[in-house]
Design a protein around this ligand. Structure first.
Ligand SMILES: Cc1cc2nc3c(=O)[nH]c(=O)nc-3n(C[C@H](O)[C@H](O)[C@H](O)COP(=O)(O)O)c2cc1C
Length: 192
């Protein structure tokens, strides 16, 4: 009996180990299917720089191209004027302001970054999603906020970007902290 155990036990350990390694590989494969061999764009709007910082961190990890979504008429530098003036008016009246030309047609996966503005994405990002053809493309949202979280920004994006598949967002307060790079890596690893 003791002899039998000596043979069976190592076999069991080897089987369990193999199963674990296979499960890990399978997980990586899912990630690779999302990003490997795809043309990637990181597009973001940023007023005070937080979303820009996160966009650059994501770009460092995923590669591809990066650009900033810019309204034709820039927002004022003053917080009160922007937050309680123009941005509030755009939110209340459903205005999607004109933005400088963008062409996403050659990309498969588009990371779309926005600050939370009045409980949803910033209006120039709405214009970006509305005026481009996202049919068959993957959108990966990322959101920076001042304490309110990401609200329903991913769902709001899906409504505007017709035909796109919208994945789960990366969400961070302001421009993150010393763990943000690691958190981005983990989020990318688990992209679905
Ligand atoms: C017009 C405006 C509206 C905002 N609305 C919200 C909000 O609804 N919820 C929230 O948590 N933070 C809100 N914030 C804070 C920003 O989301 C936060 O500071 C963000 O990181 C700024 O990103 P940026 O530096 O890329 O512009 C708002 C800021 C501005 C200027």
């Amino acid at each position: 009996m003791k002899k039998l155990l000596l043979i069976i036990l190592p076999l069991l350990i080897i089987c369990a180990g193999t199963a674990f390694v296979l499960a890990q590989n399978n997980q990586k494969e899912v990630t690779n299917m999302t990003l490997t061999d795809k043309k990637i764009l990181v597009a973001y709007f940023s007023w005070s720089g937080n979303t820009k910082v996160i966009a650059e961190k994501i770009h460092t990890q995923v590669g591809g191209d990066i650009f900033r979504i810019e309204p034709v008429t820039p927002y004022p530098d003053d917080y009160q004027e922007t937050a309680y003036g123009i941005a509030k008016e755009q939110k209340d009246k459903g205005i999607h302001p004109p933005i400088k030309n963008t062409d996403i047609s050659s990309y498969d996966v588009i990371f779309v970054g926005t600050p939370a503005w009045w409980y949803t994405m910033a209006p120039p990002v709405m214009t970006f999603l509305e005026q481009n053809n996202f049919e068959g493309k993957i959108i990966v949202p990322f959101v920076t906020h001042g304490g309110g979280g990401s609200y329903t920004i991913d769902k709001d994006m899906a409504k505007l970007a017709k035909g796109a598949k919208v994945l789960s967002p990366f969400v961070v307060a302001n421009r993150g902290n010393s763990n943000t790079d690691k958190n981005i890596t983990e989020w990318l690893d688990n992209l679905r």
